[in-house]
Design a protein around this ligand. Structure first.
Ligand code: NI
Length: 189
C-alpha cells in the first residue's frame, strides 16, 4: 500500500523516534508499505517519521541509483536494507559534500557535508542484531535517514545564509505549494 509522505513543517518530522519491539503491530506489512512508497516516489531511502510514525525504523534501497559521474554505482547494487532501532556508534573520515534531496522536501537539493564512514548497529527485519561499517554513498544515504529518526532534516545542516535563502520555499512546501508526482500530506494546506 502506498502511504502519503509527510511534508516539511509537520511536527512528526521533528520528533525523536522511539525504539520498537519485534511484536510491533504488522511490522512486516509496514516495512513492505514503506518500500513500495519509496519506490513509487523514486527515493533511495524512507524513514518512518516521513509516513507519520515516530519510531526508529528506516528502509534504504539504492541498488537502482545511478550517478553519472560516480564510479560508486557498482558498490550500490546489493544495498537494500531495513534498519530497526539503529545506533550510529562511530562517524569517521573526512567530511565531504554531496547534493542531497528529501522526499519530504520536494524540489530542494543542497550540498551537505558529512563524514565519509559510519559504524552502525541495528536490528534487521528478522530482528537479528547487525553491526556494519559503510562508506561513501551508502554511508550518506544512511546518515540522511538516521537524521530523520532523530528529528533532523538535511536543511538543518546548511549555513545560515542558505537557510535564509530557502525559507520561503520551505514555507511553500508546508502549504502544499509545490508540484510533486507522489502522494503527500501537507501540514499547512
Ligand atoms: Ni529525507
Amino acid at each position: 500500500m502506498i502511504l502519503p509522505i509527510v511534508a516539511y513543517g509537520d511536527p512528526v518530522l521533528r520528533k525523536k523516534g522511539e525504539d520498537i519491539d519485534a511484536d510491533y503491530p504488522n511490522l512486516q506489512g509496514l516495512i513492505e508499505d514503506m518500500f513500495e512508497t519509496m519506490y513509487k516516489a523514486m527515493g533511495v531511502g524512507l524513514a518512518a517519521p516521513q509516513i507519520g510514525k515516530s519510531i526508529r525504523l528506516f528502509v534504504v534501497d539504492a541498488s537502482g541509483f545511478v550517478d553519472e559521474d560516480e564510479e560508486d554505482e557498482e558498490q550500490l547494487t546489493d544495498f537494500k536494507r531495513v534498519f530497526i532501532n539503529p545506533r550510529i556508534t562511530e562517524e569517521t573520515g573526512e567530511e565531504w559534500a554531496f547534493n542531497e534531496g528529501c522526499l519530504s522536501i520536494p524540489d530542494v537539493r543542497e550540498d551537505v557535508n558529512r563524514p565519509e564512514e559510519i559504524t552502525i548497529t541495528y536490528f534487521d527485519r528478522d530482528f537479528k542484531e547487525q553491526t556494519e561499517i559503510f562508506t561513501g554513498l551508502k554511508a550518506r544515504v544512511i546518515q540522511h535517514e538516521y537524521d530523520h529518526i532523530e528529528g533532523i532534516l538535511f536543511t538543518d545542516h546548511l549555513s545560515p545564509l542558505r537557510k535564509r535563502i530557502l525559507k520561503g520555499r520551505l514555507a511553500n512546501i508546508s502549504k502544499g505549494k509545490v508540484s510533486v508526482n507522489y502522494k503527500m500530506k501537507f501540514p499547512n494546506r
